[in-house]
Design a binder for this molecule. Structure first.
Ligand SMILES: C[S@@+](CC[C@H](N)C(=O)[O-])C[C@H]1O[C@@H](n2cnc3c(N)ncnc32)[C@H](O)[C@@H]1O
Length: 268
């Protein structure tokens, strides 16, 4: 299942929403809810999961711009946000754009908040710096959730687990469409770049803990992980197959994938 397939995004949505770091989110809400109206742009919106999670908690009147380069996902986002939009009187616009140039100047100029979910680990370090500077030039806020942080662990213990994690972290730094990706360094790079612009920073962990209650997501995550690490050459296909087979045979297996949420508020 591809990392951007609608089926994969649907499978992960419940775990994503449950993993949100609410300490970080509370600070965002306190900031936004001082306003009567907020314009929010969601970069790499997929089917609109970030809106479905965040919008119901915002009391200000909202206008969301959902941005993605994938026409199919954008169409799904339009239909899959209709109910929330009606319930909370939110205006939602879909905007097809390829963000690989890193140019978000126009989007930032019309937004109070730039947000993203499960995106910034895919972005290159240079593009992170550029995006931060465009946001800071516009003087607006930034909030991103579920950025992979390089911490992954599996139960039961297996001699291969550490190698699987290290190989995946290398894979995370290959090109995902935005140049060689920052991968697990993304949140620290965001924090450094925003701090240099005088922003107030807040970080908080938002791991997935995938046990028997989320068995399908756990198994798909393990399979995707195994396929990625084989591509690095650090793990052979035979090793990955044995690892997967033993995890699939074990109903008590647990997969923990580390993420981080991040908020940057403009200097007052
Ligand atoms: C891992 S998915 C996350 C989707 C969604 N934010 C969520 O949390 O469910 C990454 C998203 O980034 C989008 N994306 C990837 N490359 C892009 C690009 N060059 N321009 C715009 N969107 C892009 C994909 O289409 C996909 O929707």
């Amino acid at each position: 299942m591809s990392g951007f397939a609608p089926e994969w995004l649907a499978l992960r949505e419940g775990a994503d929403h449950r993993s949100i770091n609410h300490a970080v989110r509370r600070h965002l809400l306190a900031y936004l809810n001082e306003e009567a109206n907020v314009h929010i742009a969601d970069l790499g919106c997929g089917t609109g999961s970030n809106l479905r999670s965040l919008a119901p908690e915002i009391t200000a009147r909202q206008l969301w711009l959902l941005v993605d380069h994938d026409e199919t996902l954008l169409q799904l986002a339009a239909t899959m946000t209709t109910d929330v939009a009606a319930a909370y009187q939110i205006e939602v616009r879909a905007h097809k754009a390829d963000l690989s140039s890193g140019d978000i100047t126009e989007i930032a100029a019309h937004s109070d908040l730039i947000t993203a979910s499960a995106l910034f680990d895919l972005v290159s370090p240079d593009m992170i710096t550029s995006i931060v500077n465009q946001i800071a030039d516009a003087g607006i806020a930034f909030y991103t959730v579920l950025t992979y942080d390089g911490v992954a662990s599996w139960l039961p213990e297996d001699d291969l687990n550490g190698t699987m994690r290290d190989a995946f972290n290398l894979h995370q730094q290959t090109d995902k469409g935005f140049g060689n990706a920052a991968g697990p360094d993304a949140t620290s790079l965001l924090a450094k770049a925003f701090a240099e612009r005088g922003y107030n920073i807040l970080r908080g962990k938002s791991p997935w803990i995938l046990d028997h209650n989320l068995a399908t997501l756990r198994q798909e995550t393990d399979r995707g992980w195994a396929a990625a690490v084989v591509e690095t050459g650090a793990v052979t296909k035979a090793q990955a197959d044995v690892w997967i087979k033993s995890r699939e045979a074990d109903d008590t297996a647990i997969t923990i994938i580390g993420h981080e949420d991040f908020l940057a508020l403009p200097p007052t």
